[in-house]
Ligand binder design. Structure first.
Ligand code: SAH
Ligand code: SF4
Length: 390
């Protein structure tokens, strides 16, 4: 990057972070003054404990109970004496978002509508792997989205607010609760929920600080301890923030490409007008965590007669040539009011073949949970920004 480009993207990052702050979540404190523990970084937890006269070593104990054991009650923290348990319970709470609605699909995909303390709601989806005894939790980062991709249901819901770190980690923890997945006193239970995909509602890179904080918590080796290889962050292409993800989090990257020409991508992914395809692909080439073992995923929603021709498949492989990548072809999932159709099976197969022959894995992502509107791009809630509702 030349100096100018560097300066420009620094300024752009400052702008993006300032905008995110306008949509900040409410403070994670109850009306009675008790503070939420989930979502505090280790440093913040230590500070909070020192502030009530406790020793820093308590952080490690409490962290283990909260994130490894998954408890929500101080009274079961057997390594902590009763008087301190009571003192902690008077000042802190170990909360979870409330599962207001839980639906399980015919294919066992489970969708949660979580309600947060201020009444805002977002959806989370657990997608069991068909072949292995585990699966991925698809987590939301915002209530609504500012970007209105033409094929996406979430994009029809205005951004109500960003989710806080507590709410992002809380979705995963509450999903684990639902499967009784925390270790039992008799030993560790098998973990079905072992992968996180940030592919729910919202654009994670427009809520970078909270997403990054939440991911650091889930990656912490003494708690939930997910490896960065088990986390995939999907972005519609917020180019200036992609370098930070690589440098600071090193998680897997998925990029919602969906078109190979700017004129089309400008329409279906309007963010393209700000960060066009060439800039997006350049950011992918720079992404440090990309290697043959850890490929970038390009997501490509297959819209019948819109972006699914064989010529486009050939243009796609040229565009991403040399990037360690795979291409996820996602048949379009309809939602009430949507105006596209999914590509035909034979067109999907033709497209996939061209991509594969160029040396890229090109799985067709079969829709999961469509019957309960839990598939990619179908999530949406009724939550609105307070000031709009007033
Ligand atoms: N905002 C981020 C994270 C959402 S991930 C992003 O856009 O990348 C959800 C994925 O599903 C994205 O690749 C998105 O483009 C895709 N998607 C959205 N609507 C869809 C639909 N109706 N059918 C299939 N995929 C869709
Ligand atoms: Fe937002 Fe992603 Fe949906 Fe686009 S596809 S509207 S960025 S959630």
């Amino acid at each position: 990057m030349t100096h100018d480009v560097q300066e420009m993207s620094d300024a752009e990052r400052v702008r993006i972070l300032a905008k995110a702050a306008l949509f900040a979540p409410p403070p994670a404190v109850l009306p009675d003054g008790r503070r939420e523990i989930v979502g505090l970084s280790r440093e913040e937890l230590t500070e909070a404990l020192v502030a009530i006269g406790e020793k820093p070593f308590r952080t490690k104990q409490i962290w283990h109970w909260v994130y490894h054991q998954g408890v929500t009650d101080f009274a079961v923290m057997s390594t902590i004496a009763r008087p301190l348990q009571e003192k902690l319970a008077a000042r802190f709470v170990i909360g979870r978002p409330e599962p207001a609605v839980v639906q399980t699909s015919e294919d066992q995909t489970r969708k949660f509508l979580f309600r947060f303390r201020d009444g805002q709601e977002a959806e989370t989806v657990y997608i069991p792997d068909r072949h292995e005894d585990r699966g991925a939790v698809c987590i939301s980062s915002q209530v609504g989205c500012t970007l209105s991709c033409r094929f996406c249901h979430t994009g029809t819901q205005k951004l109500a607010r960003n989710l806080g770190a507590a709410e992002i980690v809380g979705q995963f923890m509450a999903a684990r609760d639902s499967y009784g997945e925390w270790p039992s006193p008799h030993g560790d239970t098998p973990r079905l929920l072992s992968t996180i995909v940030l592919m729910g509602m919202g654009e994670p890179l427009y809520n970078y600080e909270n997403v990054a904080k939440a991911m650091r918590i889930v990656m912490d080796g003494e708690g939930i301890a997910l490896s960065r290889r088990r986390i995939t962050l999907s972005t519609s292409g917020v180019v200036p923030m992609m370098d930070r993800v690589g440098a600071e989090l090193g998680v897997n990257l998925a990029v919602s490409l969906h078109a190979v020409r700017d004129d089309l991508r400008d329409v279906i992914v309007p963010l393209n007008r700000k960060y066009p395809i060439a800039e997006l692909i350049a950011a992918c080439r720079r992404y440090p965590a990309a290697s043959n073992a850890r490929r970038i995923t390009f997501e490509y929603v297959m819209l019948r007669d819109v972006n699914d021709s064989e010529a486009e498949a050939r243009a796609l492989v040229k565009l991403i040539a040399g990037i360690p990548a795979k291409v996820n072809l996602i048949p379009f999932n309809p939602w009430p009011g949507s105006d596209y159709e999914s590509s035909t099976r034979s067109q999907l197969a033709k497209f996939a073949r061209i991509v594969e022959e160029a040396g890229f894995a090109s799985p067709i992502r079969m829709p999961r949970g469509q019957d309960i509107l839990a598939a990619c791009g179908q999530l949406r809630t009724e939550s609105r920004r307070d000031r709009d509702a007033a």
